[in-house]
Design a protein around this ligand. Structure first.
Ligand SMILES: [Zn+2]
Length: 379
C-alpha cells in the first residue's frame, strides 16, 4: 500500500490520488478553487441571514440545529443574545449517542431565550443506519465517502428539521458544520432531499419520512428554507479551548470538552477499514499532518478534534485496526484490548476519562451492532 509522504493518506482513500513523487491531491491543493468558491458562496449566504430583518411570515427568524455540544451552544448564545434573532432550537435525539448532549440541551432551556424542540425517531434513524452499514459502497468513491454512515444520520435528521422549518415558515436553517464538512455539504434543501432519495431509494425514503418528502421536492424555491453555516465567518480562529472557557464563564457549559460520543465509533472504524482501508478519523489526522508540515511552529486545531504535535498516524491506524477486528472476531483478551485502546486514544489527544469511555464503547461494538440491527463489517 502506498500513502502520501506528507499526510499519510492512502492511494485507496476515497477522493485521493497520489502522484509519482508520493504527494496526494489534497497536499497539492488541487481542490483549492472548489474550496474558495464554496466558502465565498456560504459566506455571502450567511451575511444575507445576519442582515435580514425579522421574518414577517412566522414567529421565528431561524431554525437552529442544536446538538448541545460546545460549538452549537456557543453559536446559539450568539444568535439569540448577540444578533437578536428569534430562534427555534432544534435537537434530534440520536439513539446511538451518549445522553450527555440531550441533558445539556435540557439544561439550556431556562438559560437561553429561545424555543427548544426536542425531536426523535428511533425507528427511522435505526433503519437508515442498518441500511447504510449493510451496503458495499461504490468504488473508487468520492471525497469523504468513508464517513457515509455519519452523513446519512445527519441528513436524516436535517430533513426532519427542513420539514419543520417548511411547515412553520422559517426562512433559514443554521447548521454548525466544520469547514471540512461544509465542503461536501449541500446548502440547497431540495438537493439535500434529492441526495437522500438517490442514496436510499424511493421505498425507504417514503417509509421513514411518511411520504412527506414530496412537499419539499415540489414546493416553489422561494417557500423553501435556506441553510446557512455560521462557522464560516470564524473559520480561521476556531479555538475550542477559548470557546469552552467563554461558555463556562457565562454558566452555559459544565461538561468536559469531549462530552458527546457516538456509541457507533468502533463500528464506524470497522466500516472505514473494511471498505477504504483507513481508520475513521484518517482525513482529520491527515489534515493535521499537512498543517504541521506547512507550518511546524504553529499549534493547529482541527474542528472538535485536537491532535498532538507528533503523531505516528500509520502506526496508530494499524494498531487500531488489529484491535477492533480482534474484538469483532471474539479473539484475544478483552482486558488487553482495553489497555491498547486507551493508549491509542490517548495518542489521539483524548483525556484519560474520554479515552477510557471510548475504549469501553469499542469493546461493546458487537452488542451495539446487535442492538441496532447493524451488520458487522467483515475483514
Ligand atoms: Zn497528502
Amino acid at each position: 500500500m502506498t500513502s502520501c509522504k506528507v499526510c499519510s493518506l492512502g492511494a485507496q482513500h476515497p477522493g485521493v490520488t497520489l502522484d509519482d513523487d508520493g504527494l496526494c491531491n489534497l497536499c497539492k491543493l488541487t481542490m483549492a478553487t472548489d474550496l474558495v468558491e464554496n466558502f465565498r458562496y456560504t459566506s455571502e449566504m450567511y451575511q444575507g441571514f445576519v442582515n435580514a430583518g425579522p421574518n414577517t411570515a412566522g414567529e421565528f427568524d431561524c431554525l437552529f440545529m442544536y446538538s448541545g455540544g460546545k460549538d452549537s451552544t456557543f453559536m446559539l448564545d450568539r444568535f439569540v443574545n448577540g444578533l437578536g434573532k428569534r430562534v427555534l432550537a432544534y435537537t434530534f435525539d440520536i439513539p446511538f449517542e451518549s445522553k450527555h448532549s440531550v441533558q445539556n440541551v435540557r439544561g439550556m432551556r431556562d438559560k437561553i431565550d429561545a424555543e427548544f424542540l426536542l425531536d426523535s425517531d428511533d425507528d427511522g434513524i435505526t433503519k437508515v443506519m442498518a441500511e447504510i452499514f449493510s451496503r458495499k459502497p461504490e468504488k473508487p468513491g468520492k471525497y469523504l465517502d468513508e464517513k457515509l454512515p455519519c452523513y446519512s444520520c445527519r441528513s436524516f435528521f436535517l430533513i426532519r428539521a427542513i420539514l419543520v422549518a417548511f411547515e412553520r415558515k422559517i426562512p433559514y436553517i443554521a447548521l454548525c458544520a466544520d469547514p471540512q464538512q461544509i465542503l461536501t455539504m449541500e446548502s440547497d434543501v431540495r438537493k439535500v432531499v434529492q441526495g437522500f432519495y438517490r442514496t436510499f431509494g424511493a421505498k425507504l425514503t417514503d417509509e421513514v419520512f411518511k411520504g412527506r418528502i414530496e412537499e419539499i421536492l415540489f414546493a416553489p424555491a422561494d417557500d423553501l428554507p435556506r441553510i446557512v453555516f455560521p462557522y464560516i465567518g470564524s473559520r480561521y480562529d476556531y479555538d475550542p479551548d477559548q470557546m469552552v472557557t467563554e461558555l463556562k464563564d457565562k454558566g452555559l457549559y459544565s461538561a468536559s470538552p469531549l462530552e458527546t460520543h457516538c456509541r457507533l465509533f468502533g463500528l464506524l472504524n470497522l466500516y472505514s477499514y473494511t471498505h477504504w482501508g483507513s481508520m475513521y478519523y484518517k482525513i482529520n489526522a491527515s489534515s493535521h499532518l499537512r498543517a504541521a508540515h506547512r507550518n511546524p511552529d504553529q499549534q493547529r486545531t482541527s474542528f472538535s478534534l485536537k491532535f498532538p504535535k507528533a503523531l505516528n498516524v500509520i502506526e496508530l491506524e494499524e494498531r487500531l485496526r488489529t484491535t477492533l477486528f480482534a474484538i469483532s472476531a471474539n479473539e484475544g483478551d478483552p482486558a488487553e484490548h482495553e489497555r491498547e485502546l486507551i493508549e491509542l486514544f490517548s495518542m489521539l489527544g483524548a483525556t484519560e476519562d474520554a479515552a477510557a469511555h471510548v475504549a469501553r464503547t469499542c469493546l461493546e461494538l458487537k452488542e451495539t451492532a446487535a442492538e441496532f440491527g447493524i451488520a458487522l463489517p467483515r475483514r
